[in-house]
Design a binder for this molecule. Sequence first.
Ligand SMILES: O=C(O)CCC(=O)C1=CC=C[C@@H](O)C1C(=O)O
Ligand SMILES: [Mg+2]
Length: 371
Amino acid sequence: MALPITEIKIKKLKMRLKHSFSTSFGSVKDKEFFLIEARDGEGNCGYGESVAFEVPWYTEETVKTVFHMMEDYLIPILQMECLTHPQDVSNIFKPIKRNHMAKAAIEGAIWDLYAKREGVSLARALGGERKKIEVGIAIGIQPTINELLHTIDQAFQEGYKRIKIKIKPGYDIKVLREVRWHFPSIPLMVDANSAYTLDDIEHLKQLDEFDLMMIEQPLSDDDIMDHAKLQSVIHTPVCLDESIHSLEDVKMAYELGSCRIINIKPGRVGGLTEAKRIHDYCKEKDIHVWCGGMLETGVGRAQNIALASLPQFTLPGDISSSSRYWEKDIIYPEIVARNGMIEVPDQPGIGYQLDEEKVDHFLEWEKVYQL
Ligand SMILES: O=C(O)CCC(=O)C1=CC=C[C@@H](O)C1C(=O)O
Ligand SMILES: [Mg+2]
């Protein structure tokens, strides 16, 4: 059966985070992104969200490159091709190299449209099984240890299932010692966003004393080899984030023993179809996976919730409540984590409605493309 898309609309939004989010490579205060609408001419509309930041410090993509790719290459491909299933999207976009966040933004809207047309939840369309997912919280680098301890305490009181803190050289062992002294048994992990090199091996071995669930992306974003060397000498499981752009990267990491855990972000791997392929491979190889976050609004988060309902997402994802980052989210109902769990909606598609008033409030401009 055909999947007729008659129109793609790109809406450029800018929203201020409640608090700026700091990592080893910089801070984000305002989130600029594209909300993508895919329509079928029968009254159905699917929504997607782009996750690239303004500056290319997480991957090479930026807000501007995402728009350039969507307008100049990806939408023209959609105008020429007929789809039968959202899984076709990654194939027809293949001639365009990388630019995964641009592809994922459009593909996400098409997956949502497809699920709505089928009258099933996005989770179900993807093969999800869970009714509720476990979620954790990511805490950026804080100005003082006391602020970090306070934020952890608050997150723990709110019931989040695990705490992730960002580390970098000079903000690691001492900080972890304090955290473990105050919270000896919380499920804890760290994310280095590539802040270390193999020269730090002896230093990183000290992480083993803190009983961490994992260390995320300790070494270079374009490395898979050195992570294998590191994983062979530390007990703490290594999790790869920035190094993984495709199923092929995961296969290499598995063969080399570069990590024991994979963080799957649809935006980083080119969309939900590739995310699902990675999930399926990890299930077969018994590699634990979890769903990362990119400071998304409710649309991106709703897609992440659907993805995280797949069976191999055995670890809590970075999918906190809407209120964690936003005064007011652009969806309703807002996403709420209760006791560290989020319910997976069973309404068609992403299962949340767009709050058009909020969207208009944050809208900078919009552009429509007929297909
Ligand atoms: O969206 C969330 O809650 C997770 C935030 C988070 O940890 C990250 C967001 C954006 C870029 C990175 O710093 C990052 C990560 O590396 O996982
Ligand atoms: Mg990360």
